[in-house]
Write a protein that binds this ligand. Structure first.
Ligand code: PGA
Length: 247
């Protein structure tokens, strides 16, 4: 695992954007898997700035988002469809039909999970998976206790995750109780993984990530079994980590 420490959030975002742009230029038909949340906002901002300035092309890029809430329509301001359009898709030249998210409003959610998983496989799997990490070690919405061999599935969100995400909603009651997420095995099938972490509130999380053995209790630990992971984290997030950094 490669671990890169940056000074702050801005530098983390710039470095992550450079890596993504480099991959998109080298492989214009790349399949990306994308996260939401606070962490990647700066990355998307940089990618959009770069697209405006340098016209990095996204016409042939395929994207799959990690997760989506159930019961929120795509135009609901708290849905991840909305987030992705707002922060990224509407500002670049990606084709709408190439930008995939799970449909959290599907009538049969289990079938929707199967469809999503098959679609990823049909595209040859994910080339570059970008991840944030939840304070409880979740990646995507794979909460503690998720089987390590899970594929795309419906999850019941933990109360800590609902509370953490309620900052985006009017109140905790408005936060959905369920979501569809790529599973841990789906994530592990990606050829390359970029994990981003920022802020002192993630420092205990990063300590556990680096020092705990692989366990469903802290789902991100599974990434230690992946052969091609780069962690880009800022100094506050790594302040307790006690690991060797280097490109
Ligand atoms: P955050 O969320 O980027 O908003 O901290 C990360 C996550 O929950 O995966």
């Amino acid at each position: 695992m490669e671990i890169v420490e940056t000074k702050d959030y801005e530098e983390m975002s710039i470095l992550a954007a450079e890596k993504v742009i480099d991959r998109v230029l080298k492989q214009p038909q790349i399949t990306l898997a994308l996260p939401t949340g606070h962490t990647p906002v700066g990355l998307y901002k940089r990618l959009v700035e770069d697209h405006r300035k340098n016209e990095t092309p996204y016409q042939d890029v395929i994207t799959f988002n990690l997760d989506e809430y159930t019961d929120l329509s795509p135009d609901h301001p708290n849905s991840y469809h909305y987030y992705m359009n707002h922060h990224f898709f509407q500002h670049i030249d990606i084709q709408e039909k190439h930008a995939h998210l799970p449909d959290g409003t599907a009538r049969n959610l289990d079938l929707e999970c199967e469809r999503y998983e098959e679609l990823i496989l049909k595209h040859g799997g994910v080339d570059l998976q970008i991840l944030g990490i939840g304070q409880n070690g979740h990646i995507g919405f794979n909460e503690p206790g998720t089987p390590l061999n899970s594929r795309t599935h419906v999850v019941k969100l933990s109360e800590s995750t609902r509370k953490a995400n309620s900052r985006y909603f009017h109140s905790l009651q408005d936060v959905p109780y369920h979501a569809i997420t790529m599973g841990l095995a789906t994530i592990m099938n990606s050829k390359k993984i970029l994990l981003l972490a920022s802020g002192a509130h993630k420092s205990a999380t990063m300590f556990r990530f680096f020092h705990e053995a692989v366990t469903p209790d802290f789902p991100a630990t599974i990434l230690k079994h992946h052969p091609n992971v780069t962690v880009i984290a800022d100094r506050p997030a790594l302040k307790e980590a006690n690991v060797t950094r280097g490109m």
